[in-house]
Design a protein around this ligand. Structure first.
Ligand SMILES: Nc1ncnc2c1ncn2[C@@H]1O[C@H](COP(=O)(O)OP(=O)(O)OP(=O)(O)O)[C@@H](O)[C@H]1O
Ligand SMILES: [Mg+2]
Length: 399
C-alpha cells in the first residue's frame, strides 16, 4: 500500500469547506484550512470549540457532513482510517501495560510486518531519549516518560501527518514546558507535519510556526504567533491570546494613516493599517505591556495616546512585573504591566495616574459592538469555558 510507505517528509493537509453536524448539534460550521508540509501547526481554542472533532475528521474516525480532506494533495475523504498516512497521539496515551517499552514502540511495525521493526523502534526511542529504558514496562516510567514512549510509538511509523490532541495535558507545568521544547526539536529533526491541538495559548505560541485560533467551530484568525499577538483581528483573539485593554467608540476622523475614535470623553488614535474597520462604532485595543503609567499628566503628542486621570485600584507584584489596574471612569478599567526593573512600584494604591501608549501599538478590531460600553475582558480559557457552560445551561433551561 502506497500510503504505508515511510514518508520522506511531511505532507500538506488541506480541509476544504468542512462541515460536521452531530444529531442536533453543529460542531463545525465551515472550515477551510491549509497546513503546509513540514510545518508545526497549532489549533488553539477553548473547550468545546471543535478541536478534537477536527482531528477525528482528519484521522478518519469521523465523517464530515460536507467538504473534502486532502493529504499530500490526495483526496482521502472516503479513505478508511487505517489507510490514511496519519498517526494520532491522544491525551490519554494508552500504552500496553503488559509489554515493555520497546515492544510497545515496535508493535505497529511488527503488525504490519515491516522488516527491522525492533531496530526502527530503538531509533525512535533514541529520538525521545529513552532508549536506555527500552526494557522497562510503562508502569515503571514517569508520566512524562510514558508520554515520550507514546510519541515514539507514533513517529516510528513515520506518518506524513502526526495529529497530537492535547498530548501534554496530563503533565505538570515544568515537565510540560520541557516536553514542549522536546516535541518542537523532534518535529524539526523528523520534518513531519504536526497538527497539535491545545487550549493552552502559551503552548501554542511557543511551539507552533502557525497558530489557528478556533472559536465555536470556526477559525477566527490564523498566522505566526507574534503576528496574532501583535495584531489580533477580533475581540475573541485579543482576549484569548494574552490580555487586552479594549475600548469601544465612534470613529470621528479617518486619514490615510490613522483613525481617531471617540470613546467616552477621550480620543484614541489607531494606525489605519492596523484597524479592521474605519467608520462607525468600533472596538480598539492595546496590550497591557505596551501601556505606560504616569504619576503626572504627560504632554500630549501626535504619536501617543494619553488617557486619564484615573485611580490605581489594584497593584499586584508577580516578580518579573507589576500589574496595575487603573480605573478610568467611563472608559472602564485598564490593565498595565510594568516590568520590574528594580525601581519599585511607580504608583501605589489609590494614586492618581495617567496611562499612555504609542499610537503604533494600538489595534482596531473587526467585531461589530453589540451594545454600548466595553467588551468584557475575559482573559483566560477557564473563564471563557465557564461562560460557555453558563450559556449552555441557560439555553437548556429555556427549552
Ligand atoms: N458524537 C457527538 N455527538 C454530539 N455532539 C458532539 C459529539 N462529539 C462532539 N460533540 C460536540 O461538538 C463540540 C466540539 O467537540 P470537540 O470534542 O471537538 O471539542 P474540543 O474543542 O476538542 O474541546 P476540549 O478542549 O474540551 O477537548 C462540543 O460541543 C461537543 O459537545
Ligand atoms: Mg478535545
Amino acid at each position: 500500500m502506497a500510503v504505508r510507505e515511510f514518508a520522506e517528509r511531511g505532507a500538506d493537509l488541506e480541509l476544504v469547506g468542512i462541515q460536521k453536524r452531530f444529531p442536533g448539534f453543529t460542531a463545525i460550521e465551515e472550515l477551510d484550512l491549509v497546513i503546509p508540509a513540514g510545518s508545526f501547526f497549532a489549533l488553539l481554542g477553548p473547550s468545546g470549540c471543535g478541536k478534537t472533532t477536527t482531528l477525528r475528521l482528519v484521522a478518519g474516525l469521523e465523517e464530515p457532513t460536507r467538504g473534502r480532506i486532502l493529504i499530500g494533495g490526495k483526496d482521502v475523504t472516503d479513505t478508511k482510517s487505517h489507510e490514511r498516512p496519519v498517526n494520532t497521539v491522544f491525551q490519554s496515551y494508552a500504552l500496553f501495560p503488559h509489554m515493555t517499552v520497546i515492544e510497545n514502540v515496535a508493535f505497529g511495525l511488527k503488525r504490519r510486518r515491516i522488516s527491522d521493526a525492533v531496530a526502527k523502534a530503538h531509533e525512535a526511542l533514541r529520538l525521545v531519549e529513552l532508549d536506555h529504558l527500552a526494557q522497562r514496562r510503562p508502569q515503571q516510567l514517569s508520566g512524562g516518560q510514558q508520554q515520550r514512549v507514546a510519541l515514539a510509538r507514533a513517529i516510528v511509523n513515520r506518518p506524513a501527518l502526526l495529529l497530537l490532541d492535547e498530548p501534554l495535558g496530563a503533565l505538570d507545568l515544568k515537565l510540560r514546558r520541557q516536553m514542549q521544547l522536546e516535541l518542537k526539536t523532534i518535529q524539526e529533526e523528523v520534518g513531519l507535519t504536526f497538527l497539535h491541538v491545545t487550549h493552552d495559548q502559551e503552548e501554542a505560541m511557543t511551539m507552533a510556526d502557525t497558530v489557528a485560533v478556533m472559536n465555536k467551530g470556526a477559525i477566527e484568525q490564523m498566522g505566526a504567533p507574534a503576528e496574532l499577538y501583535e495584531l489580533p483581528r477580533t475581540v475573541f483573539v485579543a482576549n484569548f491570546l494574552g490580555q487586552s485593554n479594549l475600548f469601544t467608540g465612534q470613529v470621528v476622523g479617518t486619514t490615510s494613516t490613522a483613525i481617531t475614535v471617540e470613546a467616552a470623553d477621550a480620543r484614541i488614535v489607531v494606525p489605519t493599517a492596523r484597524a479592521q474597520r474605519h467608520q462607525g462604532e468600533v472596538a480598539v485595543g492595546v496590550r497591557p505591556e505596551k501601556v505606560v503609567l504616569h504619576t503626572e499628566e504627560p504632554a500630549a503628542t501626535a504619536d501617543r495616546n494619553v488617557l486619564g486621570p484615573g485611580r490605581v485600584i489594584d497593584v499586584s507584584f508577580s516578580g518579573v512585573s507589576t500589574q496595575y489596574l487603573v480605573d478610568l471612569g467611563a472608559l472602564g478599567t485598564v490593565v498595565v504591566f510594568a516590568q520590574n526593573v528594580g525601581s519599585g512600584p511607580v504608583a501605589g494604591l489609590g494614586a492618581e495616574v495617567w496611562v499612555s501608549w504609542e499610537v503604533a501599538h494600538g489595534f482596531g478590531l473587526d467585531d461589530v459592538p453589540v451594545e454600548a460600553g466595553r467588551f468584557p475582558a475575559d482573559d483566560s480559557t477557564t473563564s471563557i469555558a465557564a461562560q460557555r457552560r453558563e450559556g449552555l445551561v441557560s439555553e437548556l433551561e429555556e427549552h
